[in-house]
Ligand binder design. Structure first.
Ligand code: SF4
Length: 245
């Protein structure tokens, strides 16, 4: 049967356009405005406990070496544990030369409570020796990731919080929340970091981790986020949220 005029053949039909959820019109939502989102985030997190690295920075443990070691300790360790472990360790050694001199067994004991204390102790000793030999903590992502035990998240935290250089550290909170907003659509933290590097204004690269860690722990939680009382509800597309409080 002849096809009616103006009806495209299956082969010539245009491919469906895929829009990021943030770009879709939503009658009960405001346009997504990243500056407004950060203004709201600052208010929403003002009374919450700070993320460990930022808390330690504000307590005076702000040097690149202290931030690097603290970031390594914080991997898969709760902030409530990371902070006292860092206090105990930095009371013993705060510079790479002194840290490199610690006996491994003593360092393991100082890391008690953190996850994986034995491998972390070996990593801290190795990178302390590398930095002591080089004379300074590297100040690039590549240089930091060349140190033993240092991946992109630790390197970005060290650069951002320790050196004050623009870098995005994507942990599980940053990954989950920016995807729920519909600001990015990425399946892994690594892909979220690439998407944020392209989309997020540089002035927010360090702050996004500072805001979203407490926000993710207390508001936009992994299970049943607190959408009903969330300050970002009109901005957030709530992508993938099937039940909430
Ligand atoms: S509205 Fe819900 S999903 Fe969106 S940021 Fe707030 S708590 Fe998270």
């Amino acid at each position: 049967m002849p096809r009616p005029r103006n009806t495209p053949s299956p082969d010539s039909a245009p491919a469906p356009r895929i829009l990021l959820p943030a770009a879709l019109p939503a009658p009960d939502k405001d346009p997504f405005d990243i500056d407004q989102v950060f203004r709201l985030l600052r208010g929403a997190t003002a009374g919450l406990p700070k993320a460990a690295m930022f808390d330690l920075r504000d307590q005076g443990y702000a040097s690149p070496f202290e931030q690097l070691v603290a970031a390594l300790i914080s991997a898969r360790t709760r902030d409530e544990t990371t902070i006292p472990v860092c206090h105990r360790l930095f009371a013993r050694a705060r510079r790479p030369e002194a840290m490199a001199e610690l006996p491994e067994a003593e360092l393991v004991g100082l890391l008690h409570g953190a996850t994986f204390p034995e491998p972390k102790a070996r990593d801290i000793l190795a990178l302390s020796r590398q930095i002591a030999a080089a004379g300074a903590v590297p100040d690039t992502m590549e240089g930091l990731q060349a140190l033993r035990g240092v991946g992109p998240k630790i390197a970005a935290l060290t650069l951002g919080v320790g050196f004050g250089k623009p870098a995005i550290s994507v942990d599980i909170h940053v990954h989950r929340i920016t995807n729920r907003w519909g600001y990015v659509a990425a399946s892994t933290p690594e892909r979220t970091m690439q998407a944020l590097l392209a989309a997020l204004p540089e002035r927010y690269w360090v702050e996004i981790n500072e805001r979203l860690v407490p926000f993710g722990k207390f508001v936009c939680t992994g299970e049943r986020p607190r959408c009903s009382s969330c300050a970002l509800q009109r901005q957030c597309r709530q992508v993938g949220v099937t039940s909430h409080r």
